[in-house]
Design a protein around this ligand. Structure first.
Ligand SMILES: [Zn+2]
Length: 391
């Protein structure tokens, strides 16, 4: 199937002006400013985008694809994230993680759920392990999972500075990071340690120690949730300067809370003049967003939503941020960190993962691997069980 998308205001994520795009199968094969002459025998479909902004699909580097949670008992385990909830939120690439629950949830299950999403037209990868050390794996080691399982890109979300963590020591963190790095080298993958940061006052202390005392490159350490506390965010900006890529979570932030929203955090990061490629935004979709009391018991909970990335981008645009300034954090930056060469840009040869924005900056249409999944704000492709539910 070949489709010509006419009159896109293209951001790839650099602003390219008015362009036409030719999509063949799952790839973008050409972009240009004048409509190409195409043989009618090709039966090319055409769609006029009428000057709407077209951006690469979001790469969400932190999704609880199997569902997360369970921190207030078995009935609080979050169900798996449905295909259309991802696509209507503009997510065309999802990286699955396990969190607190790496007992009932397993790497094997996570890999399989990612494969299911791929079969349904999305792009998906995952991390091995979860909050705890030694990390739970499918093959018996982090290195083994990276080398032998194509979809495993690294290890995580490994918890530090959190009462739910294994209270890992520096040596334990270094052992995991070394395994991830070497497994990444052997498999040609990123081999990062995606680090869950809790509310603990120790913050990024372990990461700073790891940077000071080991040979492991800074890029291996990839802390997330760093906007959950303002002091932690300042620490994160400092490690970004030293080579780490930091990840902001698009969770809801109440007025007066000691946290930055992902939108505020991203603007602060960019305004500080830090390397613009070393910051990403993820949704934590399907994860439990618990509030704990002083005894470490859940006093309230919410669930991370896949729509949070789209909401964050719209918030940034409405605050007057230029699209090209903030877009890399949702697209090319995670692609670069995770070595996903086909993702995060819309040049010839890239995967045809794209979002058409409406005038207000909302996700209007979404194409994933060359197929329209969302049109006019409504999902047109649904997962198997979503289709059954509608009967
Ligand atoms: Zn987490």
């Amino acid at each position: 199937m070949i489709e010509l998308l006419r009159n896109a205001e293209l951001y790839d994520p650099e602003p390219r002006g008015r362009r036409h795009l030719l999509v063949a199968g799952e790839r973008v094969i050409w972009t240009g400013t004048s409509v190409p002459a195409l043989d009618p025998a090709l039966e090319v479909r055409e769609r006029d985008l009428e000057g709407r902004r077209v951006i690469p699909g979001f790469i969400d580097s932190h999704v609880h694809l199997t569902g997360g949670g369970g921190e207030a008992g078995p009935h609080t385990r979050v169900p798996p994230t449905a295909l259309s909830r991802l696509t209507t939120g503009g997510i065309t690439t999802a990286i699955g993680v396990l969190g607190t629950d790496d007992v009932i949830r397993t790497t094997a299950e996570l890999v399989t759920v990612a494969r299911g999403l791929i079969a349904e037209g999305l792009s998906a990868w995952c991390y091995t392990g979860g909050y705890h050390v030694p990390p739970v794996t499918a093959t018996g080691s982090v290195r083994g999972d990276l080398v032998l399982i194509d979809l495993v890109l690294g290890v995580g979300e490994l918890a530090i500075s959190d009462h739910r963590s294994s209270q890992p020591t520096l040596e334990e963190l270094l052992r995991v990071a070394g395994d991830a790095h070497v497994g990444g080298l052997m498999s040609g993958k990123a081999g990062v340690v995606h680090l869950h940061l809790g509310d603990g006052a120790r913050g990024l202390g372990l990461v700073r120690q790891a940077l000071e005392c080991s040979e492991i490159p800074a890029v291996v350490f990839n802390p997330t949730h760093v906007n959950r506390r303002k002091g932690l965010f300042d620490e994160a900006m400092a490690v970004a300067e030293r080579g780490c890529t930091i990840d902001l979570t698009a969770f809801p932030v109440a007025d007066g809370e000691d946290a930055w929203s992902a939108a505020d955090g991203l603007v602060r990061y960019l305004d500080a003049g830090l390397p613009p490629a070393r910051v990403t935004v993820s949704s934590d979709a399907g994860g439990c967003l618990p509030v704990f009391d002083q005894d470490g018991r859940v006093s309230a909970m919410d669930v991370g939503r896949p729509g949070a990335l789209a909401d964050t981008l719209r918030e940034l645009l409405q605050a007057g941020q230029p699209l090209e300034r903030v877009l890399p954090a949702f697209t090319s930056n995670p692609a670069r960190l995770l070595l996903l060469a086909q993702k995060g840009h819309l040049t010839a040869g890239a995967d045809a993962d794209l979002i058409v924005l409406d005038a207000q900056g909302n996700v209007r249409d979404v194409m994933a691997r060359g197929r329209w999944h969302v049109e006019n704000g409504h999902s047109t492709v649904r997962g198997v069980f979503e289709r059954l539910e509608r009967r």
